[in-house]
Write a protein that binds this ligand. Structure first.
Ligand SMILES: Nc1ncnc2c1ncn2[C@@H]1O[C@H](COP(=O)(O)OP(=O)(O)OP(=O)(O)O)[C@@H](O)[C@H]1O
Ligand SMILES: [Mg+2]
Length: 279
């Protein structure tokens, strides 16, 4: 399991510089209001649209440490809450990331929460509602969340099947914020900043990305995200030709299908000028 939690004993740090995040709508206001009211938050949106970066920026703005847990179907309640481990012949309780966040009043971000099984996520229910409590069965205690604790979850509605859908009882306890891709002017700014390329090169990549998003092909599992446009920009920043960068960072990752690949290559030819870096 990936966790961004430091070792025991060290407090979880708060970021000192604001992670770069450009708001796309009113998401910062909604998040802040929900957090201040102690309401849990669910971020919905496709991959690479800025959900993780947004939570990092909000945790910074609210002055709270952030604990991130990437969920997957092997995740157990013990992975979240904690377990007894053998240390020097003695068993010792070690808090899981959720418990640490509850004790320290951190924002706990459960990334791709639908990947986790429902018997794992059931532990979130009393935390997600007005009780704000975490029962730890193995210890026979129930912790009240420290002030400042916040529960944030994300999921990509495109991926999961109906079966894996969140339970209604969980959903109705949350404030939802929907993410889409930014408008072209905002996305250009993001791509230029993140990749360190000139605004006009970023604008070209964004135009290509927009065109790919308009395609109605069934061949693409996901459309071109801000993330892949940034990756192409990074290759350009390294001196690669724009089209080569787009082929490697956009067309390649999006599909393995040769017909779809050919279509994407044609779009790259049309949308991207045949320029060498630095021209
Ligand atoms: N509004 C934004 N402001 C600043 N950067 C952004 C924004 N949206 C996207 N990005 C950039 O796009 C990259 C991908 O975003 P992020 O990792 O937050 O996506 P995500 O929605 O969490 O994706 P996934 O569902 O795959 O985890 C970020 O590293 C960041 O560079
Ligand atoms: Mg993410």
């Amino acid at each position: 399991m990936h966790e961004s939690v430091p070792h025991r004993g060290e407090p979880i740090p708060v970021t000192t510089t604001r992670p770069y995040y450009v708001p796309v709508g009113n998401e910062e206001q909604v998040f802040t209001a929900a957090y201040r009211q102690g309401l849990s938050i669910v971020l919905k949106g496709p991959t690479g649209c800025g959900k993780t970066r947004f939570v990092e920026a909000m945790a910074h703005d609210l002055g709270r440490p952030l604990v991130t847990v990437s969920c997957h179907d092997d995740l157990t309640t013990a992975d979240l809450v904690g377990r007894f481990l053998l240390r020097g012949g003695e068993t010792e309780w070690v808090d899981g990331p959720l418990t640490r966040a509850v004790r320290e009043g951190a924002i706990c971000y459960l990334d791709e929460v639908v990947e986790a099984r429902q018997d794992t996520t059931v532990v979130l229910h009393p935390l997600a509602d007005h009780r704000r409590q975490l029962p730890i069965e193995r210890l026979g205690v129930t912790l009240d969340a420290a002030p400042g604790f916040g529960l944030v979850m994300s999921y990509n509605p495109g991926y999961q099947s109906v079966l894996k859908d969140l339970k209604d009882s969980t959903r109705q306890r949350m404030i939802a914020i929907e993410f889409g891709f930014p408008t072209p002017d905002i996305e250009e700014k993001i791509v230029a900043n993140e990749a360190g390329i000139a605004p006009d090169r970023a604008a070209e990549l964004v135009r290509l990305g927009q065109a790919i998003r308009r395609l109605e092909t069934g061949g693409l599992r996901e459309v071109a995200s801000t993330r892949v446009l940034i990756a192409a920009g990074r290759l350009i920043a390294e001196g690669l030709d724009t089209r080569d960068a787009a082929r490697a960072a956009i067309a390649g990752p999006l599909t393995d299908d040769s017909t779809v690949t050919r279509g994407l290559m044609e779009m790259i030819e049309v949308y991207l000028a045949d320029q060498q870096a630095g021209e």
